[in-house]
Design a protein around this ligand. Structure first.
Ligand SMILES: Nc1ncnc2c1ncn2[C@@H]1O[C@@H]2COP(=O)(O)O[C@H]2[C@H]1O
Length: 830
């Protein structure tokens, strides 16, 4: 069965009696020591294993002295075995033997070359002392020692040459030669037993014990080889020095392919992860986090990793032990060592007791998440924050915990109305408006409501009417010549077309953007389509009628004319953007989604109170279009192109849902106007043509077009404000009449201040979005008009022009005012 490397690491660092402490024991008991050997059984762990990370000694892995392998105990073999090789016994050998007896050695003697080797092979002594005083021709010590060293396991034996006194007195080469042939040291002949006792004590401490520790190390290596987690050891420059068998199995590299290579060049996929790991390790701090590893001939894969610095010399880490938990690996590699059982089954039996701590659990589950082969940017962000937590103060850790909790919420960009919005927002009408626009859920019934099924006029209108080719009157033609200007007078077109502006403007713009060619359809089909779409807008809505659709289409066309967009949009993008704009509010009942939900309207039931209107607009668009060949503008597209077109139209229509306003805005700003990037860098570094980024642009485009009315010339802006206010008032009236919850109580036609509603709408919705949009497509007139209008609304409010009637009066004067702003107002730096 494999074992957990974390247990091994504990063993390495968990001894309670250090080498220093043991030296002190040895020193103090120099004399009693002759009589009583301290037993190894006195060595116990100071404390039991910590149960949670909190129980763990703070610097369990970090104290340099504890990171040394020197804390390993030699194997508990008692007594130590001594082989004495003397051709003939003499007073010196006798003294040595007696000293060894006193220290409790198990002494064996030998007097020949062969006998020695035989004896050694059978017992693998801890210490061998060879008499090097006799002439070489009688006993060749050098050769004997070399032969011993060639014996398997002899690296754990200390070999000592017993030399004449003269070898130390004279400056000859005897000692060096002996050391070269494999002896660990030389001791001099003597008949003084104390001398030999001290020699043996020193030998035990400085040679036998470390060699025995190496023997224990050997067993650790065996454990590492058998262990199921990947274990890598690198030097301080992340050059691989050791990789266990699990690494070969999971990563597919043979041992020889990996050794000597740096983690970066061979294994670690993500430089950010490596940087984070190395910054902790270099500061002698343990690191834990997900790590994505390259696998030979396969996809990279992310594992949970724990890296520990090891200081074997000096003050800085000399090695790093990297243990990679393969738990959570979804797929067992085909080369997996079958007899050992599956990763999962092994894991179930090997419990890491430290995983009980809640914080650890949280990190572990995060790590498991990131062990999946998928990685979203948010996963990286959470990982980096988790790593940052390890290097900061408890108060910052607390804050980061909250940040991580928020980030783990899937509704990242959905605004949650701050509980105290009503209190913080001085203006109740703004509070009402923004709450109604941004909140998904319908209001709870606050008053007794008569719940009955809606008979709202959301039923389909007939799509089947023969469309004759119309001739465009001159006035309309002339007006349409300005159809791509931001000051285009949509209300005049409404008048001239007898409230059918969409068909006329739509055809004009479709031709301008070569839509018939792009969709490979006849102009007549497009015309029919526009007609049917327009028919399905409610003429009697004061705001959400086909004039609004035409206005949004006109704004969209104006945006599409800008170089920034021309550069990234292909003809299908342009065509589908215009189609989406035309149809984006089709069959709008003049009431909000919340209203529909509150009165159990069939649409709210159909769409489960979720994105009710926008779902309906998109679905109805396709239902109508595909339902009649005469208006099926997609019928000549191949399946693939149709799918793209359909996706584009649906995506853009759904993007107009205001509850997702901040989500779309934030995504756009994050990609195209990141705070950290200087504007010049920004332009060059953004992968603007990535399909997902073009999608963000298209969403932002239709959103801006949809609420562009506060950025139009004042006369247009005021009329739109009056219209939307009128529609809101109508809803409030009906809610009151039907005893439904009042979604926006402040929009009461008697009491509401329309200027205040506009100020709030710009403050909360329009301002930031248009600043960002202007920065992107370079249309300074948008922001210019928005600011001028804003000032005017403030003036109107101060002057007491608040009701719809007041606004109407104002409009009479505005009709006389010029539509175009003075030249200076379109300058960006104004
Ligand atoms: N000038 C405005 N004042 C207040 N609300 C507006 C204004 N223009 C647009 N809106 C709101 O913004 C919403 C955008 O999506 P809708 O067209 O569905 O409905 C729109 C209105 O509810």
């Amino acid at each position: 069965m494999g074992c957990s490397p974390s247990v091994l690491l504990d063993h390495i660092q968990g001894e309670s009696v250090t080498a220093n402490q043991e030296k002190q024991i040895t020193k103090k008991s120099a004399i009693p020591y002759l009589k009583k050997e301290p037993t190894r059984s006195v060595v116990h762990r100071k404390s039991s294993l910590p149960l949670t990370p909190e129980d763990e000694p703070f610097d369990a892995y970090r104290t340099p002295s504890e990171s040394k392998f020197g804390l390993l105990l030699p194997p508990n073999r008692s007594p130590l075995k001594l082989l004495m090789v003397f051709l003939q016994p003499d007073a010196v050998s006798d003294t040595l033997s007696r000293a060894a007896d006193k220290l409790g050695f198990d002494v064996t003697t030998s007097n020949s070359y062969e006998g020695t080797l035989e004896e050694f092979v059978s017992k693998l002594h801890d210490l061998i002392v060879i008499d090097a005083r006799c002439p070489q021709r009688i006993l060749d010590c050098d050769t004997l020692c070399r032969s011993i060293r060639n014996t398997r396991g002899s690296q754990h034996t200390a070999a000592v040459a017993l030399v004449k006194k003269s070898a130390f007195d004279k400056d000859d080469v005897t000692v060096t030669t002996l050391l070269d042939s494999g002896f660990n040291r030389c001791i001099v002949e003597t008949t003084n037993i104390i001398h030999y006792v001290n020699e043996l004590v020193q030998l035990k401490q400085s040679d036998i014990r470390p060699l025995a520790q190496y023997a224990t190390n050997q067993s650790l290596y065996v454990a590492l080889e058998k262990c199921n987690d990947i274990v890598l050891v690198t030097d301080d420059s992340f050059r691989l020095q050791y990789a266990n068998r699990a690494s070969e199995r999971f990563l597919g590299y043979r041992y020889e392919e990996t050794l000597g290579k740096t983690l970066q060049e061979q294994l670690i996929y993500d430089p950010i992860q490596l940087n984070s790991m190395s910054s902790s390790l270099m500061r002698a701090r343990e690191w834990q986090g997900p790590i994505t590893l390259r696998r030979k001939g396969q996809d990279a894969i992310t594992f949970t990793c724990k890296a520990t610095p090891i200081i074997s010399a000096g003050r800085s880490p000399t090695h790093f032990a990297i243990v990679i938990d393969i738990h959570g690996l979804s797929e067992t590699p085909s080369t997996f060592d079958k007899p050992r059982g599956s990763v999962q089954s092994l894991r179930r039996t090997s419990l890491d007791v430290r995983s009980v701590g809640s914080d650890y659990l949280r990190r572990t589950s995060l790590a498991k998440l990131s062990a999946l082969p998928l990685e979203a940017p948010i996963t990286k962000v959470i990982t980096l924050l988790t790593q940052a937590q390890e290097q900061t103060t408890p108060s910052v850790v607390g804050i980061l915990d909250k940040v991580i909790d928020l980030l783990q919420n899937s509704e990242l960009y959905s605004p949650h109305l701050k509980d105290d919005l009503r209190l913080r927002c001085d203006e109740p009408v703004t509070s009402d408006l923004i709450t109604a626009l941004l909140m998904q859920q319908p209001q709870l019934h606050t008053s007794a409501s008569s719940r009955r099924s809606s008979n709202d006029s959301t039923t389909l209108r007939s799509a089947h009417r023969t469309v004759s080719k119309i001739r465009v009157p001159t006035q309309i033609k002339e007006l349409l010549e300005t159809s791509l200007t931001w000051e285009f007078d949509i209300f005049r077109l409404e008048d001239l077309t007898n409230k059918k502006p969409l068909t006329h403007l739509g055809m004009n713009l479709f031709l301008h953007f070569d839509v018939p060619q792009t969709l490979n359809c006849k102009e007549k089909t497009l015309f029919n389509w526009l007609t049917v779409i327009e028919m399905n807008y409610h003429m009697d809505n004061s705001y959400h009628n086909s004039t609004h659709a035409a206005d949004v289409m006109q704004a969209t066309a104006g945006f599409l004319e800008k170089d920034r967009l021309k550069a990234i949009m292909d003809p299908l993008d342009e065509a589908t953007s215009l189609l989406a704009a035309c149809a984006h509010d089709i069959d709008h009942p003049g009431k909000s989604s919340a209203f529909l939900s509150n009165c159990d309207n069939p649409l709210a039931i159909l769409y489960n109170d979720s994105t009710v209107l926008e779902n309906h607009h998109a679905a109805l668009t396709f239902k109508l279009t595909l339902g009649d060949d005469r208006i099926n503008i997609f019928k000549n597209l191949d399946r693939e192109t149709y799918k793209i077109a359909r996706h584009n139209v649906i995506d853009m229509i759904l993007a107009t849902e205001m509850t997702k306003h901040f989500e779309h805005l934030a995504k756009f700003v994050n990609v195209f106007c990141p705070k950290s990037t200087r504007s010049d860098e920004c332009e060059n570094s953004i992968p603007i043509t990535l399909p997902e980024n073009i999608t963000l642009v298209k969403r932002m485009m239709i959103k801006c077009a949809d609420v562009s009315n506060p950025t139009r010339p004042l006369r247009l802006c005021v009329e739109w404000a009056r219209r939307i206010a009128e529609e809101y008032f109508a809803q409030t009236d009906e809610e009151k009449l039907r005893g439904l919850p009042v979604v926006m109580p402040m929009f009461d036609r008697i009491t509401c201040s329309i200027p205040k509603s506009q100020i709030g709408f710009v403050d909360y919705i329009v301002h930031d979005m248009f600043e960002a949009w202007d920065a992107f497509i370079d249309m300074p007139e948008l922001v210019s008009y928005m600011r001028q209008n804003y000032i005017r609304w403030k003036e109107f409010d101060e002057q007491g022009h608040t009701t719809a009637a007041d606004i109407r009066k104002l409009q009479n004067n505005l009709i006389m005012a010029p539509m175009f702003p003075s030249k200076s107002t379109t300058k960006r730096n104004e």
